[in-house]
Design a protein. Structure first.
Length: 321
């Protein structure tokens, strides 16, 4: 086929870029998926300030389902988890007064578990997990406008059953995802500073002591110059599933050395593989479906899923089969 000599000139006049399109704005930003006993996946739509549900028609995502709005407005929700009593705990990261961690009670009422530390408002609670003793662990970074921060650090906190709030980790820069291991002996924390080149992109593993305190930090994985981790979950074997990476570099802060996907690691930190995702802005993961063998993935405006052989670990609910 003969190339039209006018094509290059016309393309130059149009100004077609070699790098392709860029994002102007988002109509949705999904986060915080968590499986419920009502056979639905709860997840958040950060930009539209709401909590959604994907309600299954049957026992698995492959059988289809429908979307519903669970709560709106919802305090600009991010990470969520169900405690051992089936109550939904939510990190509300909205700037202003709704910088807090809440619990939705059985009757639908909302209890504020934490909104201030030593009289100062939290930064922007991001992700949360619970242990078998009823303690709540959450991260408190600030990824947006930092002008109204009242605390001196971005840290990790524990809420005890009696309501006591304790700062348990402050040797991180910008804590994000968090997860308690099934044996209750390890607390995994994502430290993801994407404010510029050279920021930390590490996953830390802390020894979780019997009283809920931490000690003995080790580097579980370092994502280097790529986009670091966001949310994470674990399977019944103790493997760790971390949402991370970009398919398109975001210079100067992040390159494309870490592909967008769910990066899977053994309990010792050995990378076992990557479940690729065809979009950037992958944010979080959870196991779901009645057998807990489907991995749900929030990414951009989409909720993805993939079936696996292994069963996920969650404190509640237990699998049906």
């Amino acid at each position: 086929m003969t190339k039209d000599p006018r094509a290059a000139r016309l393309a130059a006049e149009i100004g077609i870029p070699g790098a392709g399109v860029r994002t102007a704005t988002f109509v949705a930003f999904t986060e915080g998926p968590v499986w419920s006993a009502d056979r639905s996946v709860y997840f958040t739509d950060l930009w539209n300030d709401r909590i959604l549900r994907f309600v299954l028609k049957g026992r698995q995502a492959s059988e289809g389902g429908r979307f519903e709005v669970f709560r709106a407005p919802a305090g600009r929700p991010v990470g969520m988890v169900f405690d051992a009593e089936g109550r939904l705990i939510v990190c509300e990261g909205e700037l202003g007064d709704h910088r807090r961690v809440t619990r939705t009670e059985r009757d639908g009422g909302v209890t504020v578990l934490a909104d201030r530390y030593r009289g100062r408002r939290l930064n922007s609670p991001n992700d949360v997990d619970v242990d078998t003793e009823g303690r709540v662990y959450f991260t408190d970074p600030r990824y947006t406008d930092r002008t109204d921060m009242e605390l001196d650090h971005e840290s990790v906190y524990r809420i005890d059953p009696d309501g006591t709030l304790t700062r348990i980790i402050d040797d991180v820069v910008r804590p994000n995802g968090i997860a308690v291991s099934a044996d209750q002996r390890t607390l995994y924390v994502v430290d993801n500073d994407n404010s510029g080149a050279g920021g930390t992109r590490k996953i830390y593993a802390y020894n979780l002591l019997i009283d809920g305190s931490t000690a003995g930090r080790r580097v579980f994985h370092d994502f280097g110059a790529g986009r670091g981790g966001d949310g994470m979950c674990l399977d019944e074997l103790g493997n760790v599933y971390i949402a991370a990476g970009l398919n398109t570099p975001n210079p100067p802060a992040e390159d494309d050395s870490v592909p967008a996907g769910v990066h899977i690691f053994s309990p010792e930190g050995t990378q076992l593989g990557v479940i690729s995702v065809p979009m950037d802005l992958i944010t979080n993961v959870c196991f779901g479906d009645t057998d807990l063998r489907t991995l749900y993935i929030t990414c951009g405006h989409t909720l993805f899923y993939v079936r696996l052989k292994v069963r996920g670990y969650v404190l509640w609910p237990r699998p049906e089969d």
